[in-house]
Design a protein around this ligand. Structure first.
Ligand SMILES: Cc1cc2nc3c(=O)[nH]c(=O)nc-3n(C[C@H](O)[C@H](O)[C@H](O)COP(=O)(O)O)c2cc1C
Length: 177
């Protein structure tokens, strides 16, 4: 995807939101669904700003928008599960970013020892707790300590340039170009 000339660079001035979004879209990632339990209610939201931070101790991070309705459910010490979506789970990424009333309705999942939803068919999942929360502009960074990890051999879903991709599309278009 090529940007129009005038969106290519911002030199010597504040980086505006369009330039920032466009530039960050150059970085491919996977897609996760972060889940937790709030009283009797399961909470989950789609997050692509996810990274492994430390192996020993095992730490990872998730960035949550300050405006996210789910944010109050994520507290220091609270249990969470990070579900790394498989290549055929783009529909879940959309569902957990939508305004549907109960995002878990019709979705197959187990619960981990702390009651957090672990989605069936995910490429991998991590159960743990929130170790720290850092302020980060219009987002907060949740630093999560991993306690239990699970890995399936399924390929993960890919997210690039604001769209989800299957591996065959990506490999196909790379080969074609
Ligand atoms: C592929 C994809 C990736 C997303 N990544 C993030 C993210 O990293 N952080 C974030 O706060 N929201 C992200 N979102 C948006 C949230 O999932 C969306 O705003 C959701 O409605 C938030 O739910 P809530 O308001 O119920 O908490 C992403 C959405 C999609 C579809």
């Amino acid at each position: 995807m090529n940007a129009p000339e005038d969106q290519m660079w911002t030199i010597g001035g504040p980086v505006d939101a369009v330039a920032m979004r466009h530039t960050m879209a150059a970085f491919p990632s996977g897609v996760t669904i972060l889940t937790t339990r709030l009283g009797e209610r399961s909470v989950g939201m789609t997050i692509s700003s996810f990274a492994s931070v430390s192996i020993c101790p095992p730490l990872l991070l998730q960035c949550v928008a300050r405006g996210a309705g789910s944010l109050p459910a994520f507290r220091i010490g609270g249990s969470v599960a990070v579900n790394i979506l498989a290549r055929d789970q783009a529909h879940l990424a959309h569902r957990f970013a939508s305004k549907v009333e109960n995002r878990f309705e019709g979705v197959e999942f187990d619960t981990d020892d702390n009651g957090c939803p672990v989605l069936a068919g995910a490429a991998a999942s991590v159960s743990g707790f929130i170790d720290r929360i850092y302020d980060a502009g219009d987002h907060v960074i949740l630093l999560i300590r991993a306690c239990v990890v699970r890995r399936d051999e399924t390929l993960p879903l890919l997210y690039y340039a604001g769209r989800m991709h299957d591996w065959m599309d990506t490999v196909g278009s790379m080969v074609a170009s």
